[in-house]
Design a protein around this ligand. Structure first.
Ligand SMILES: [Mg+2]
Length: 138
């Protein structure tokens, strides 16, 4: 059901998009950028939601740009939002993807299948499953 809605997705950087080497930038985590690109293609809005600020933040934003991702907003709910201490710091998002999630972070392959996987993905997975089960069922 979620697959067809336009979601606002907040994504952490260190340990989520890249390996955690803060304040350096680690290697991209497998399928992270591919998944983020697909999410944008499907019309979802991506917010970079990170502890980074100042120069370290700029470096992260630039790194993502070089890898094909321009965020809808950075550390804010929408692009024009100015930080106002009279409002909550929590941003508005439908989903948060963060390596500090309780229970750990799903791998990007699973996130991809859950959020952008289409019928063909489901079918191919189903077929594989049947093949694997076939010898057991005999
Ligand atoms: Mg993190």
């Amino acid at each position: 059901m979620m697959k067809y809605e336009s979601l606002i997705i907040a994504v952490d950087f260190d340990g989520t998009i890249v390996e955690d080497q803060y304040p350096k930038i680690g290697k991209p985590i497998m399928f992270a950028f591919d998944t983020l690109k697909k999410l944008q293609e499907k019309g979802h809005r991506l917010i970079l939601w990170t502890y980074r600020k100042g120069r370290a933040l700029e470096e992260a934003v630039d790194f993502c740009k070089k890898n094909g991702i321009n965020f809808y907003a950075v550390n804010s709910s929408f692009p024009e939002e100015e930080f106002d201490p009279s409002h909550s710091r929590k941003i508005h998002a439908d989903l948060f993807i963060d390596d500090r999630n309780f229970g750990g972070m799903k791998d990007w392959g699973e996130i991809y299948l859950t959020l952008v996987g289409d019928k063909n993905d489901q079918l191919s997975r189903g077929k594989k499953k049947k093949k694997r089960l076939a010898p057991i069922l005999k």
